[in-house]
Design a protein around this ligand. Sequence first.
Ligand SMILES: [Zn+2]
Length: 578
Amino acid sequence: MAEEVKNDQNKEEEVSLSPKEKETETPVNTIPKSPSDEARQKAENGEEEQPAPVAKKGNLFDRLFANGNRLITLRGSDIAISNETRRLLALFSDGTYLVSKDNRFDGAVYNFESNVKRRKIPIKPPTYVTLNEISAIYAYAERGGGTVDVSAEEAQDMQIMIDFVNIIQRASKKKVSDIHVVVGSSSTILFREGGIMIKQSEYGGEWGEAFVRSVFAAADISDSNYNQNEFQGAQKLGSTPLRGSNGKLMLPHNVLAIRLQFNPIAFGSQYLVMRLLYADDNPEGSSDLRSLGLGKYEEDLFFKMRSMAVGLNVVAGPTGSGKSTTLQRNMIKLLQEKDYKINLLTVEDPPEYPIPGARQMPVTNANTEEEKTEQFTKALSAALRSDPDVVLVGETRSLATAELTFKGALSGHGVWTTLHANSAPAIITRLRDMGIQPYMLNDPELVKGLVSQRLFSKLCPVCKQPIKTREGSPEFNRLKNALGEYGIENVFVAGPGCKECGYKGFKGRMAVDEIILPDSHFLNMIIDNETAKGIDYWISELNGRPLKDCAIERMLKGLIDMDEVERWCGLIDQRPVY
Ligand SMILES: [Zn+2]
């Protein structure tokens, strides 16, 4: 890399201001906001609805591009610079200037700054960022957030696809995790927002059928034709236009990808579920595990796992339990602790979140489940041959993948992965049932960390109510049995809802983790199905804390309610179920 920069130093930087009319190149027509007839009419009449630029607190991208602020070092924008220089810096129309921290003394950067100053283009003192952040900013600017330049005629032809982009846009503003489209005699759209399903809108049955077909056709990977009687999966990446839109329709810029699942349901109806993956979930590359909900105890155990250079660490949990977010932050933390002097490779399908400093390998060209598994296995073998120190394996979903993760650990690497399992000990039994040999599973030099994570809805701090309001109810009595007066005094339940929480009673979610750093005695007991004995040993000899204890601790702080604890961990006055 230093070589390339040297070459660039000798080149004369070309900096030129293009004429003002360049600005008309930015998209003019925006998509009508809702798929209603009214909006459709507006689109046909060529009327525009300009969305107000909103600057959300805490979102770096939105702040940079707020109030019409433009990236003037963008390709084809006001300032012409070489691609190599563009990699290192970004200058905005308000003078905001971002430079790669590691390259701040490069000749190319120095030349750029002096040229800009000579031409009297406004430039503020630099903000130092990473190369990854700069490339993310250009990707964001190039994709220009779902806005399109379509004629009224085209809008009519593509209306249903425009509806699709609109719905995604509405959902992405609220950071909705999944969108459900249920098509029968009428069509219902539901958003899963903060873990709760909320009905959004209702359309006719015909619209729904056309919608599902159109979404299938717009996806990147959909080899065969849409068949309403089959279970079909597909994916739409945010980096490419919708298929069939003549390159004019894009997903909103903060959407990295959408996973699509098409299901037939009884009586000729259809059901589409879309999972949204966001690019700006962690734009500043936070490595903070505490803000996800983890406490000091869990943070210390994660630190221990990171400090072991060799071995396998597995994070388990159901879909939507935030496994990937926790792993992403943990990997960012690992890179920071090692001062970026390790080779961290990831194999993911698709990469869910950017990890600055890691080389993230996507799994591509896979249509069917079998092909996906095959491609995934190939990518993982390639990663293990590419001189890694640490490998993050997106998901262990086949014996072939599981064997490769162990192979990685055996050959002296650190391997991190996720797995579908119901608890931390169940990771071992799941791997055993997949076909991993006991002599590897019971080796604490190979199996380093077992984590099980759940996301709990957080009580709204404004309208939560003391459990005393439910005095005499079965759950009240169970709590009294389990924790006595102390529990009764300190436990809260969801209230009726208020303005603060959008009348839901809950606001946000928190991760609660169960973490086991096993020894061979523990592993052997779990492999031999002596789970209860194993759990007792873990708690008494290895200072273990079951998920239920961790959840009860949060409950006694008034952060989560008793219904949530019982939902995920079983009845409060019973021994936890494993
Ligand atoms: Zn509230």
